[in-house]
Ligand binder design. Structure first.
Ligand code: K7E
Ligand code: CUA
Length: 665
């Protein structure tokens, strides 16, 4: 009886919170884009956009590339999910990229993108993304717009507070969303031993200055809370990192109620320079773990997956000058640092105000030990002594904040469905505009950098409802573009997006476009199965493995007639695209096979594994419309029964020597 009534109380409480978290529809849904505004988003046919916009795909696991201000979609870059369109996860070369300590995983959930930085500004070299579900960080090349590296993160679960970069891309940082027992601890424990057994790990992944190669430099073992989001300090606060934490109650069930009990959660300030010193001084402990490190090599057009087995861990409890807790009202989500590095904005999802913390006040509070007890051994700084001030009644359900170069901040409000512009120093609201509906992240051009470009803002909305033609129960997620060059924000465009966007970033096109790869030089192709000219094409049988060294060029494959393949064979088509011309990929697909297609870039070799599933003639063809005679770009394989003595033969341009003979057999 007692039990039941307790459950009812919890359920009722959760209903109240849940309903307050649902969005309310802004009143003036009639808000429309004026004729003048549409000109601002207009990019004439044949003209380039001003900015690249890299947008997370959420549960699609991919990253998409848009032009701003037109909102035109240029490319979907496969990252953590297989992409049959591009053969990602299907070609032999790309399969290792999706390998993990648990084997090949075809999907993930990508929430945050981060452009690599030099001196606090995007430098146009790489863009990073996080896998939320099976913790990983990916690095994508902005030369090839291809995922070049994926590193798995041990001791982590729900890699949400990730990937966030320090000012010179010294580290990509990843905080765990779920605290869990560490990988090498006995995890077979009751769930309600959370407080004793669950830990929260922060991972500092180093990034090679020239090649971008990632390596887990060290991990910080922290109290078992949920790390949600983070930002590096910059400028004055370079050397520090800030993480929003929720569930400091350490609840293990019904978090919507049980992790909303306390008036304040925390933003954890981490002195990573100090942590680095301790690591250099050998204070870390080595832990045996298992994680995959996958690297794409542009010269071999292939990837490798290496299993690693050790990380260095520092338990922050043993080093009291690394971590400090700043109280932050009500389940903070976004934790954003302004361009100067002095101000840190916490966005409590359930808070009716926006606290802005001061880095210099924080330093003073640490110096003068202005503490309010501790949280699991980590000093709690007094709220008043670290607070710059609060923005009062800014809106409902603040999530994320970005900045312009004029001292203004822009915050997204999920519940009240609006973007609010406010002045960081004076904490005064300047403007508010409704969005349609329930915005999650927002992105200002360069909005997390030291020198924001501040001309455009995009709101990434969670709910689309009546904005587009209905498409069944689910509607595309909607992005809304604002011109923020003036005092007031002006909405200039709606455009649909791929998957569910969370964070996105924008960069001036000039920083990227001239470095973009056009072709791969065939002379430099070091693929072990490359075929550098048609005359070199051949087929080699090794037992039941058959290697087809194939070329393609407008508009034929060589060879395009193959006989002597038998049931039980494993056939590897190593297809080299001989083109040396921009934007001329060829495709490769084969009838009735459970694999996808290949899409082979100029000068590249890619491999298609085929296990024949029936005796007979099996056609293959080019899937990418490459020339006027694309439809002629095709071929045949003859599959014979196991044990057949049909000899292995291949040709192009002539009928097989034994055509007549075999036809009569
Ligand atoms: Cu706010 Cu996953 Cu960054 Cu979505 S998160 S909105
Ligand atoms: Cu090659 Cu179509």
């Amino acid at each position: 009886m007692k039990m039941t009534s307790k459950i009812l109380t919890i359920a009722a409480g959760s209903a109240i919170i849940a309903s307050s978290l649902q969005s309310c529809k802004p009143k003036d849904t009639s808000n429309v884009v004026s004729g003048n505004a549409s000109v601002k988003a207009y990019v004439a046919p044949g003209k380039y956009d001003e900015m690249y916009n890299f947008v997370s795909g959420g549960f699609s696991g991919q990253m998409s590339v848009y032009g701003i201000p037109s909102g035109r979609l240029f490319r979907v870059i496969p990252v953590f999910s297989v992409d049959p369109e591009k053969g990602w996860g299907y070609s032999e070369e790309s399969k290792p990229m999706l390998n993990t300590s648990k084997g090949f995983i075809p999907w993930d959930d990508l929430h945050h993108v981060q452009l690599s930085k030099t001196n606090g500004d995007a430098d146009g070299r790489w863009v990073f993304g996080n896998a939320n579900n099976t913790p990983r960080v990916a690095r994508i090349s902005l030369k090839t717009f291809r995922t070049e590296e994926i590193i798995e993160i041990p001791n982590s679960a729900g890699n949400h507070s990730s990937p966030f970069l320090t000012e010179n891309t010294e580290y990509v940082v990843a905080g765990t969303r779920f605290s869990v027992p560490s990988d090498n601890a006995n995890g077979d424990v009751p769930i309600n031993t959370y407080k004793q057994n669950f830990k929260g790990y922060l991972s500092f992944i180093s990034v090679g200055k020239e090649d971008g190669k990632m390596d887990i430099a060290f991990q910080l073992e922290c109290p078992g809370v949920n790390f949600d989001l983070s930002r590096a300090g910059k400028g004055v606060s370079h050397g520090w990192f800030f993480f929003s934490c929720y569930n400091v109650e350490q609840a293990n069930t019904l978090l919507e109620v049980n992790a909303s009990q306390k008036d304040k959660d925390f933003i954890m300030a981490v002195n990573w320079k100090k942590a680095e010193e301790y690591i250099k001084a050998g204070k870390g402990r080595k832990e045996t773990v298992k994680y995959a490190h996958n690297v794409w090599d542009e010269s071999t057009h292939s990837s490798t997956s290496e299993m690693k087995n050790e990380v260095t861990v520092l338990n922050v409890k043993d080093f009291p000058d690394i971590c400090y807790m700043m109280p932050c009202p009500k389940s903070p989500h976004g934790c954003d640092v302004d361009p100067t590095g002095e101000y840190i904005v916490g966005s409590g999802k359930l808070a009716a105000l926006l606290p802005v913390f001061s880095y210099s006040k924080m330093l003073k509070a640490i110096e003068s030990k202005s503490f309010d007890g501790d949280y699991e051994g980590l000093p709690i700084l007094k709220y008043e002594s670290v607070l710059h001030g609060e923005v009062k009644k800014p809106g409902l359900g603040p999530l994320h904040t970005e900045f312009d170069a004029k001292g203004n901040a822009y915050t997204s409000f999920f519940v009240s469905s609006e973007i609010v512009k406010w002045n960081v120093k004076e904490l005064k609201v300047i403007d508010r505009k409704p969005v349609f509906y329930s915005v999650g992240h927002l992105c200002v051009a360069g909005g997390d950098s030291k020198n924001p470009d501040g001309k455009y803002l995009v709101a990434y909305n969670k709910i689309t409802k009546d904005r587009y033609l209905p498409t069944g129960p689910e509607l595309t997620q909607s992005a809304q573009l604002f011109d923020i060059s003036g005092e007031k924000m002006e909405m200039i465009l709606d455009y649909p997006t791929i998957g569910e966007p969370h964070y996105a970033q924008m960069i001036l096109a000039d920083k990227v476009k001239n470095n973009s790869t056009k072709i791969f030089k065939i002379d430099e192709n070091k693929h072990p199965y490359v075929t550098k000219g048609e005359k070199e094409s051949k087929i080699v049988r090794e037992g039941n493995k058959v290697h087809v060294y194939m070329t393609c060029v407008r508009s034929h494959f060589a060879p395009d007639n193959i006989e002597g393949i038998k049931m039980g064979d494993e056939v590897y088509f190593h297809v080299t695209n001989l083109e040396q011309d921009w934007d001329v990929p060829h495709g490769f697909a084969i009838k009735g096979d459970a694999n996808a297609e290949l899409l082979i870039m100029p000068g590249e070799t890619q491999t298609y594994k085929w296990v024949p599933n029936g005796v007979g003639i099996v056609p293959f063809y080019c899937t990418d419309f490459c020339s006027a005679l694309h439809q002629e770009m095709q071929g045949y394989v003859r599959v014979s029964p196991a044990g057949s003595n049909v000899p292995l033969t291949w040709s192009v341009g002539t009928n097989l020597p034994k055509a007549e003979e075999t036809a009569t057999k």
